[in-house]
Each structure stands twice: as C-alpha cells, then as structure tokens.
Ligand binder design. Structure first.
Ligand SMILES: [Zn+2]
Length: 188
C-alpha cells in the first residue's frame, strides 16, 4: 500500500497541472483584468488545491491505520463530545454531569465508528465514489462563488462559471481517481 504521503504528493502534482491550465485559460480569456476576476481565479486555485489533496487521500478513510481515518474519527468524537457538553449545560448547572455526557458521547462515537467502518478498499476505492466526491466538490465550489459574487456585487459570466466548474470537477475526479489507480483498484 502506498502511504498517505505518496497519495498526497500525486494530488499536489495534479493540482499544479490544473493551475497551469487555469492560468493559460485565465490570461487567454482576459480573466485577470479586473480585481473580481483575479479574485475568482485565485479562489478557484485554492479550491482546486484543497480538493486535489483531500481527494487523493480521502479513499483511505476506510483504513484503520490511515491518518485521514484517525483524524476524521477523532474530529467526530470531539465534535459530539462538545455538542453533548453544551446541550447538558443548557439543562443543568452541574459541570460533572456535563462532563459525564461529554465523555459518554466521545466513547460511544468512537465505538460506533470502529464497529461500523466499511471494509478497506471497498466503496471508497471505486469510480462511483470518485464521481460522488467530484459532484460534492463542484457543488461546494459553485455555491461558494454565488456568495463571493453577491458580496462583490458582480455576476460572473455564465460560460466562465461553467468552464471553471467543469475544471473543478475534473481536477477533483482526477485527484480522487489517482488514489485508486495507485492502489490498482479500478472497480466501478
Ligand atoms: Zn487506498
């Protein structure tokens, strides 16, 4: 099994290829002429970087020894513990009770994730998962841009949005799929 670092490195390489294409498109289409458009390009690059690196390591979320699995699990345990701690404090002033609720939440979440983890190299190592990941990525990207456009009071050209969204989809898919390819997993 290639380590998470190898997968992430390939993700970063895919990002650089994307950045190069993005830069060519941007200057070609005259997209870097005003502030809003260069902000749009910079933000698109940042989204692409996050989606490439995340996509290249995300499939191993089904592997107990991977960092992405451990970090996601720990994050969820802490999140649930904090939520239960706050919820308990709304009903009681007793810190000890709230602490017990927090610890119980942490332990139950930990056990539940450990018990219900799907088998390694199952669904997350498929092309279906890569497509779902890319669709989620492009949706997040698209709606973030609506917000940025609203703030700046500019409406980006529809064709530019479609082009950039397609590129985000492709870079996310390529990064995610690169993981499965390195693992020699080509299941649909
Ligand atoms: Zn893997």
């Amino acid at each position: 099994m290639a380590s998470g670092k190898v997968h992430a490195l390939i993700g970063i390489m895919i990002f650089f290829m994307f950045a190069l294409v993005l830069f060519m498109f941007a200057s070609d289409l005259g997209l870097t002429e005003n502030i809003f458009e260069s902000t749009l390009i910079t933000a698109t690059g940042l989204f692409a970087l996050v989606f490439s690196v995340l996509g290249s390591i995300l499939p191993d979320i089904d592997h107990r020894r991977s960092n992405i699995y451990k970090q996601t699990r720990n994050f969820l345990c802490v999140l649930i513990a904090i939520a239960l701690f706050s919820a308990a404090l709304m009903h009681t002033d007793d810190l000890a009770t709230a602490a017990v609720a927090a610890v119980a939440g942490f332990v139950i979440t930990f056990v539940a994730i450990t018990l219900f983890k799907p088998r390694h190299r199952g669904f997350t190592h498929t092309i279906r998962a890569a497509i779902i990941y890319s669709l989620v990525a492009v949706t997040i990207y698209y709606f973030s841009f609506e917000k940025i456009a609203e703030y700046s009071g500019t409406t980006p050209d529809e064709s530019v949005m479609v082009l950039l969204s397609t590129m985000i989809f492709l870079v996310s898919f390529t990064a995610y799929f690169s993981h499965n390819a390195v693992d020699m997993e080509f299941k649909l």
